[in-house]
Design a protein around this ligand. Structure first.
Ligand SMILES: Cc1cc2nc3c(=O)[nH]c(=O)nc-3n(C[C@H](O)[C@H](O)[C@H](O)COP(=O)(O)OP(=O)(O)OC[C@H]3O[C@@H](n4cnc5c(N)ncnc54)[C@H](O)[C@@H]3O)c2cc1C
Length: 370
């Protein structure tokens, strides 16, 4: 169908919402993004953008904006807590898409996406309070008193999605029994550990430590994910508490942790959602974490949101009507993300590492179970 006749409202200006705005505006649609925050910003941490996501940026003419603030990475390594190698892999699908994974600071990524959108497309300070599905279109009511009606509303409003809760499912997020402590540092000892550009994950004693190099910034995203029974959404713990989560780890990791500026550490309890059975009506659809929030153990949440954005734009171009496009988008993306939600709930115990890297289960893995 011809997307230029469509008015599309996207609720949420995170990775999913901004990527969808780019993909749909390239396809010619009349797009507005409504974001609750008064400024576009992200937490201080890094993520990996997979080859399939980099390929989408290339299709949308956004590759240079993203590549210019990220670092290509050839492979990643999994190690025990005391730094014995368990497995090393090149990033999957780099050969398929002819581009490798790029590691990026979350703030740089959101800025890059924002920079490739037409001026005025994102309306800040618009917190959705109510959505009404009118059948052929839907109406949004915001906390600031404004309203908007669009032929298609995309709910890209994250794990606590108002769109999902009011129209599709009242299931609440599920606590994973873990905390994530994330901070970007320029600690020389940490930079030395990832000077080759590989992402490294150290596993053991119920804790995972991710070192994600941001070499063009001279920094490393230092992320600790540790078992914890406290389900408070944004927990507050002190440095001794964090240091205790890396007890028994390689002494460099212990020392780096002891040197952290705790006031800069982003602390979050880890949550996902159960698969949502219905993603769309005839004029409203879910995308990104709103549709399929998943634990971060596979690093697939942001990538899935970007692939959703490409899939929805393609479906609208190929289908004869909006309802047909939304059904095609869901049929394409839901089986993939249902499976990613399932495997992302797994930690990285011995069997799970073996599932992902067949034949690479070494004796040292036992040490990682600690
Ligand atoms: C600890 C941790 C580590 C992670 N690591 C990785 C990783 O390495 N790789 C990876 O791919 N993914 C990772 N993720 C997942 C990734 O961050 C998410 O999957 C991704 O941010 C989802 O993007 P989104 O746009 O769907 O949702 P969000 O990023 O949550 O964006 C939703 C947007 O909607 C806005 N919004 C919410 N409610 C309203 C409302 N009512 N009205 C208007 N606006 C609203 C919010 O302000 C926000 O801007 C991680 C997540 C966590 C918690």
């Amino acid at each position: 169908m011809d997307s230029s006749n469509l008015t599309i409202a996207i609720v949420g200006g995170g990775y999913g919402g901004l990527a969808a705005a780019k993909a749909l505006s390239v396809a010619g649609a009349n797009v507005t993004v409504y974001e609750q925050a008064s400024e576009i910003k992200e937490v201080g941490a890094g993520i990996g953008l997979r080859p399939s996501s980099m390929d989408q940026f290339r299709r949308w003419g956004a590759f240079d904006a993203v590549a210019g603030v990220s670092n290509p990475s050839e492979s990643f390594e999994i190690l025990t807590a005391d730094a014995h190698p368990i497995a090393e892999e090149t990033w999957p699908e780099a050969d398929v898409f002819g581009v490798t994974t790029h590691l990026i600071h979350r703030g740089d990524f959101i800025d890059a996406l924002y920079s490739v959108l037409p001026e005025g497309m994102v309306k800040l300070g618009h917190r959705l309070e109510k959505i009404t599905d009118n059948g052929a279109n839907a109406t949004l009511e915001f906390a600031n008193g404004e309203t908007a009606t669009a032929d298609l509303v995309i709910g890209a409003d994250g794990i606590k999605s108002v769109v999902r809760e009011q129209l599709f499912s009242d299931q609440q997020p599920v606590f994973a029994g873990e905390h994530a402590y994330r901070v970007v540092i320029d600690d020389p000892e940490c930079l030395e550990m990832v000077a080759d550009g590989k992402l490294r994950m150290y596993l053991g004693h119920g804790t995972k430590v991710y070192l994600l190099p941001l070499l063009s910034r001279g920094q490393v995203s230092f992320d600790i994910t540790a078992l914890d029974a406290d389900s408070t959404w944004a927990p507050q713990v002190d440095l001794d508490y964090i240091v205790n989560t890396v007890k028994g780890f390689d002494e460099r990791i212990v020392n780096i942790t002891k040197r952290l500026d705790v006031s800069a550490v982003n602390m979050r309890a880890v949550y996902d959602i159960d698969p949502v059975e219905v993603w769309h009506s005839d004029s409203v659809v879910l995308l990104g974490d709103a549709a399929h929030a998943m634990c971060h153990h596979q690093g697939q949440g942001a990538n899935s949101a970007i692939l959703d954005a490409g899939a929805i734009a393609d479906a609208l171009t190929e289908a004869a009507s909006v309802p047909e496009a939304l059904a095609a988008y869901t049929a394409k993306r839901k089986p993939v993300t249902d499976e990613l939600q399932r495997i992302s709930r797994q930690g990285w115990n011995e069997d799970e590492v073996n599932d992902v890297f067949p034949g690479q289960k070494p004796a040292t893995m036992a040490a990682a179970q600690g």
